[in-house]
Structures are given as structure tokens and as C-alpha cells.
Design a protein around this ligand. Sequence first.
Ligand SMILES: [Zn+2]
Length: 42
Amino acid sequence: MPTCGRCGGEFAAEELTRHENGPLLVVHCPDCGRVLGRYRRR
Ligand SMILES: [Zn+2]
């Protein structure tokens, strides 16, 4: 379960804000917007 390094919140994967950035899927903290990870899309 991802934990945000800025606000300390723990979130289930489906709670994260998702943003497509070209070939990458970027996930953000839903509370403060910090980027938590980038995943390559298929
Ligand atoms: Zn946060």
C-alpha cells in the first residue's frame, strides 16, 4: 500500500489520483498531490 512522503497518508491503489502522461501512468496522492509513482503503460 503506497504511503505519501509529504502528508503521511496511506492509500489503497484505487484511491490514488491517476494521470496519464504520454506513455506513463502517473499516480498522485489524493490529499496533497505528491507524485507517488510512475508506471509504464502497455
Ligand atoms: Zn500526500
